[in-house]
Design a protein around this ligand. Structure first.
Ligand code: NAD
Length: 266
């Protein structure tokens, strides 16, 4: 069963980690996929080859999601290749950690620029095309789907990472506000908030057994997540199986947001 057959998906920042897993999973469900990369073109090309060797359809497009001209160029290239867009996954993101008093304006602006402004720029371009084109019968009952990759830090404050937590808190209300505004056009907008997932962004938190043990204290379910945990949910959120799910954050965190510190009376 190919739940995204005939649809076209753009996954930002998909040359590694969660984005890569989501792009592969969507291609396996029949979607044409754009692998957006920032600097790692060879990794993006390898993912394209992996998808095409499995009989799928993918192209790699370089773009910095925090730059308006790059984003417009990326959408233009996608439309040349696939004609339109049905699914946007706003995944690109990064951390630039510092204690609050040592955080530079550059650290702040870089993270907000990619994690929040990048999601705004891509969602706006996708929404324009969804509205222009409308619902295509037989392809999906929605005119388009936007999935924002947020974080448990849209709700959990994070000392030493205030730029990151502020960007993800911003993504939550960006998502909900555009969900409210775009619903009449049959455009569905949701977020996924991952907990700790093993990817390059947080390697130091799980790379050695001691660090992983410490991290597991925060995860009631007793394992660190893997990118496929997020990819499986992203496919569902992009498909018509979730058609009545709108303006929601799906938290996928092995229970990290259950306040595990309160176990045993706190
Ligand atoms: P990752 O570092 O593997 O992926 C981030 C991707 O974003 C990279 O491919 C990177 O090249 C890309 N990127 C960075 N700046 C960019 C830019 N300016 N333009 C385009 N692409 C850019 O890490 P990941 O864990 O796969 O992160 C993916 C998303 O998941 C991020 O938004 C991150 O905040 C979120 N997230 C991750 C975790 C986790 O535990 N791994 C938890 C919560 C949320």
């Amino acid at each position: 069963m190919q739940r995204l057959k005939g649809q076209s998906a753009l996954v930002t920042g998909s040359s590694s980690g969660i984005g890569k897993a989501m792009a592969l999973a969507m291609a396996r469900e029949g979607a044409n996929v754009v692998i957006n990369f920032h600097s790692n073109e060879s990794s993006a090309q390898q993912i394209v080859e992996e998808i095409t060797s499995e009989g799928g359809n993918a192209i790699a497009i370089g773009a910095d999601v925090s730059k308006e001209a790059d984003v417009k160029r990326m959408f233009g290239r996608m439309f040349e290749a696939f004609g339109t867009i049905d699914i946007l996954v706003n995944n690109a993101g990064l951390q630039k950690d510092a204690s609050f008093v040592d955080m530079t304006l550059d650290d702040w602006e870089k993270v907000i620029g990619i994690n929040l402004t990048g999601q705004f720029l891509c969602a706006r371009e996708a929404a324009k095309e969804f509205i222009r084109r409308g619902v295509v019968e037989g392809r999906s009952v929605a005119a388009g789907k936007i999935i924002c990759i947020s974080s448990v830090h849209e709700v959990i404050p994070w000392a030493g990472h205030v730029n990151y937590a502020a960007s993800k808190g911003g993504v939550m209300l960006l998502m909900k506000s555009i969900a409210q505004e775009l619903a009449p056009y049959k455009i569905r907008v949701n977020s996924i908030a991952p907990g700790a997932i093993k990817t390059p962004i947080n390697r130091s938190a799980w790379a050695d057994p001691e660090s992983e043990k410490k991290l597991l204290e925060l995860i009631p379910y007793g394992r660190v997540g893997v990118p496929e945990d997020i990819a499986n949910a992203a496919v569902w959120l992009a498909s018509d199986d979730s058609d009545y799910v709108h303006g929601e954050t799906l938290v996928i965190d092995g229970g990290m947001t259950l306040y595990p510190g309160f176990v045993g009376n706190g």
